[in-house]
Design a protein around this ligand. Structure first.
Ligand SMILES: Nc1nc2c([nH]c(=O)n2[C@H]2C[C@H](O)[C@@H](COP(=O)(O)OP(=O)(O)OP(=O)(O)O)O2)c(=O)[nH]1
Length: 139
């Protein structure tokens, strides 16, 4: 039986918009859009991994807010878990420093304008529900 490796990804939210990142590698994923993140290292807690990946990949200072319910299989042995996250007030703006070549802040109505990785679609659907609920609460 193979060990599962958790990939943590951020639904980084700001003013009702979600950050989408376009992968620049590897070739089979490049050009497709994902939630930024990466593999949890041995002994690391998932929220810390998320903060580390966001710093390395986007140059931001951010924090995990809440787990998005669900877990989605990626290619073996990886599984995807998603947290909502927010930028700290003093954070730099995200830049595609590593693994990505473009970033977009998407409103609820723009969420499906990018070509998400197939395996990310169920996770993005969950996040869409959260954005919808937030919009309804905000009136
Ligand atoms: N970060 C991220 N990875 C995803 C998503 N969807 C998806 O299939 N993946 C895959 C791509 C990779 O095979 C794996 C995570 O790899 P990564 O390259 O982001 O992880 P990492 O930063 O820890 O990379 P490395 O240290 O191995 O170079 O999960 C997603 O939404 N976010």
């Amino acid at each position: 039986m193979s060990e599962r490796i958790v990939v943590v990804a951020a639904a980084l939210l700001d003013a009702g918009r979600l950050l989408a990142a376009r992968r620049s590698a590897p070739p089979d994923l490049s050009g497709r859009w994902e939630l930024p993140g990466g593999k949890v290292e041995p002994g690391e807690c998932p929220e810390a991994a998320l903060v580390r990946e966001l710093r390395e990949e986007l140059g931001v200072s951010a924090e995990a807010v809440a787990r998005v319910p669900g877990e989605w299989p990626l290619r073996e042995p990886y599984v995807l878990r998603v947290w909502t996250a927010r930028l700290h007030p003093a954070s730099a703006a995200p830049e595609p420093l590593q693994d990505h070549d473009d970033l977009r802040w998407l409103t609820r109505d723009e969420l499906w304008d990018v070509d998400w990785l197939d395996q990310d679609v169920p996770a993005v659907r969950e996040v869409a529900g959260l954005l919808e609920a937030a919009r309804n609460t905000a009136g």
